[in-house]
Design a protein around this ligand. Structure first.
Ligand SMILES: Cc1cc2nc3c(=O)[nH]c(=O)nc-3n(C[C@H](O)[C@H](O)[C@H](O)COP(=O)(O)OP(=O)(O)OC[C@H]3O[C@@H](n4cnc5c(N)ncnc54)[C@H](O)[C@@H]3O)c2cc1C
Length: 446
């Protein structure tokens, strides 16, 4: 323990994960000093909830966004008391509203906020030492990594001038993209997932009317939620049995053939998917990632019906195209991008005024540009998942070092557990993790 009379818990990252963990630590009455490191002036929001676009809607219904697993209506009550007295449980609120809720959670948690970035974390004399980017060193008894989502992987073969001229945008969340894309400009999106959808919505909100072409190997847009909730049914597989990726797919097809709506079948798996995942041999998980992950993501991470309606109308009017194709290179021709796209009929060249990388968060932590993670991985204090990206940890988030040992005083929460868990990114999972980890740490501090 640090020389202080109470243990020091340091949470690296003050987005939704860090905030919810601090809240649950506070509610569990943990006798510890809780410090959150985050460079943001206004923490709690992180990437997802700092959007200022009112049409960026949650993709989870109000009734499932509570910070507390044991009080599922907490968010809904807050929403009705603070924003909209008539808010319905099955609706999808703007993400910026959920950001306000997270700010309230932060306020209730009352953590110490150090407005810094951690650049290294190492164990010395039985304690964690965190190097901070302002030159200080912070000592901790327990460290929790909550660094969340990083920028996407760099697209290959992008001419540096295309980026320098603002024709290619690596980070879809940069405001400059929306400020400097003229109303009639043509835009190519590398990716057809949730990031691409966010970009379409925000471009249109900013007055953009030009043609948008979203490309990926399969060209599928995300599926949509129905406006009413799907009924809850028991999982379509027996999670106690040793399952294979193909076995799960067969069970899904059988359920749908038997008349179960596909959304219901998909949603039935959510409560057991981590258990199934952890019981699968590595080779099965690799097979799933290779052959089924993308299909699963499209069916499982569905968009709000209002957002789907916007996309449909754009597609109908020919202003938005989802197409198959792999961005092979981005060159610069005058003030335009020349995008070479690999298709089933060979290479094609598209001209566009803007190209945006929408490939989703990078999960190779050696390459995400975090000195903290790079240092820890290179020293062997952490280990990346054999599944290609994300950290290896136990189910409770205890991180594994290069020898495969866990020490019980360094954890990960939220998207950082995705190397090990199947579901670890959305709020329902994050708040469950936060509650469980707070319970575990409360026992430790007692
Ligand atoms: C665009 C988008 C929309 C989403 N929509 C939904 C939704 O509708 N419903 C849902 O349930 N889930 C949604 N999610 C998923 C989920 O809610 C987010 O992934 C979640 O917010 C993750 O929070 P986080 O705190 O782990 O990460 P982040 O929000 O990424 O926050 C991490 C924080 O850590 C800080 N940090 C990083 N490195 C350091 C360091 N070295 N030192 C100090 N600080 C550091 C960062 O600056 C950042 O503030 C969405 C995700 C995204 C990206």
């Amino acid at each position: 323990m640090t020389s202080a009379s109470v243990p020091v818990f340091v949470i690296v990252g003050g987005g939704a994960s860090g905030t919810l963990l601090a809240l649950h630590l506070r509610n569990a009455n943990v006798q510890a000093r809780i410090i959150i490191l985050d460079p943001a002036e206004k923490p709690a929001l992180g990437l997802a909830y700092s959007t200022s676009c009112p049409q960026h809607l949650l993709n989870v219904r109000n009734c499932s966004m509570s910070a507390f697993p044991e009080d599922p209506d907490h968010f809904l009550r807050w929403l009705r008391e603070t924003v909209d007295v008539g808010a319905a449980p099955h609706n999808f609120s703007p993400r910026m509203i959920f950001g306000q809720y997270l700010r309230q959670c932060w306020h209730d948690a009352e953590p110490e906020h150090w407005q810094v970035r951690a650049t290294d974390c190492y164990r010395e004399d039985g304690q964690w030492h965190l190097d901070l980017d302002d030159g200080r060193v912070l000592l901790a008894d327990v460290v929790i990594l909550a660094q969340g989502n990083f920028d996407p992987a760099a697209l290959r073969n992008v001419e540096p001038r295309a980026q320098a001229e603002g024709v290619y945008e690596h980070n879809a969340w940069q405001q400059v993209l929306y400020d400097e894309t003229g109303a009639e400009m043509s835009v190519v999106l590398a990716g057809t997932g949730l990031t691409a959808v966010d970009v379409v919505v925000k471009l249109r909100e900013s007055g953009h009317r030009g043609k948008i072409t979203a490309l990926s190997r399969h060209g599928w847009p995300p599926q949509a939620h129905l406006s009413q909730s799907t009924p809850c049914v028991p999982p379509i597989v027996d999670a106690q049995m040793l399952l294979t990726a193909v076995g799960c797919l067969k069970a899904f097809k059988k359920a749908v053939r038997g008349g179960m709506p596909w959304r219901t079948a998909v949603d039935s798996l959510r409560c057991v998917s981590n258990r199934i995942w952890l019981s699968m041999p590595v080779v099965e998980r690799q097979r799933f990632r290779r052959h089924l992950q993308r299909r699963w993501d499209i069916a499982r991470h569905r968009i709000a019906p209002e957002v789907a309606a916007l996309l449909e109308s754009e597609i109908r009017e020919g202003r938005l195209v989802f197409a198959r194709g792999h961005v092979h290179s981005v060159g610069l021709q005058g003030k335009c991008a020349e995008v070479t796209v690999g298709t089933s009929e060979g290479m094609k060249v598209l001209q566009a005024d803007r190209v945006v990388n929408c490939t989703g968060p990078h999960r190779d932590y050696l390459k995400v540009g975090s000195p903290l993670l790079k240092n820890m991985l290179e020293r062997g204090d952490l280990r990346q998942s054999v599944l290609g990206g994300g950290l290896e940890c136990l189910e409770d988030g205890a991180l594994t070092d290069v020898r495969g040992d866990t020490h019980g005083d360094i954890f990960a929460i939220g998207p950082m557990r995705i190397g090990t868990l199947f579901e670890s990114v959305a709020i329902p999972e994050i708040r469950d993790q936060a509650a469980a980890l707070a319970g575990l740490l409360a026992k430790r501090a007692a």
